[in-house]
Design a protein. Sequence first.
Length: 247
Amino acid sequence: MVIFPAIDIRGGRCVRLFKGDFSQETVFSDKPEEMAAKWEAQGGKFLHLVDLDGARAGKPVNLDVVRKIVDTVSIPVELGGGIRTMENIDEVLALGVQRVILGSVAVRNPELVKEACRKYGDRVVVGIDARDGIVAVDGWGVSGDVEVTALAKEMAKAGVRTVIYTDISRDGTLAGVNVEATARLARESGIKVVASGGVKSIEDIRALLPYEKDGIEGVIVGKSIYTGSLDLQEAVALADGAEAGEA
């Protein structure tokens, strides 16, 4: 299982939100590239970047910061937030980003997802952010009026191989990851799922590991590693040990 340290970017800084609420923001660093280097040094193998300004603007905003991060670390990065056109996708991947995350556009323009998958294959993933099983779009401010599993199945047909499932009600809360809903989504959709939202401690990682067989291939860790309730090195070691058959 892959542990993805998260770096959320707003106004060029590394921040965390509470339940996706832009009015409840904590700033952790004025230099996100230094935070990226820290997580790589602690064993992170894949960084999860979110352009929060981009998510609200409907187009990438913090690409200069993303470029700095890509130039600073040697591990791959993925980026989501406001990527809604093929031109956006081309531009982001040309920066050296390994995977692009499509969110709102997956609901509103599934044909673009198909086109992107044809062109870039598994470098395209879809972020499914939901409250109570219903997808939210536009920086989580609007209901997409589609059920999570239905969207995942549609994305699988479009050529998507991996989705990132975020339980918005838990994001930034340290309330614990929604293991049951994530595993159910993987089983019912037949698509690989990365868990996101609510991770607090090593127990959340331990709880997810048995469901790798159902299709949970990774987990995003954010507030927990910033506050210290989860030790990234310990989480990576546990996940690596499980892959090696030691856990």
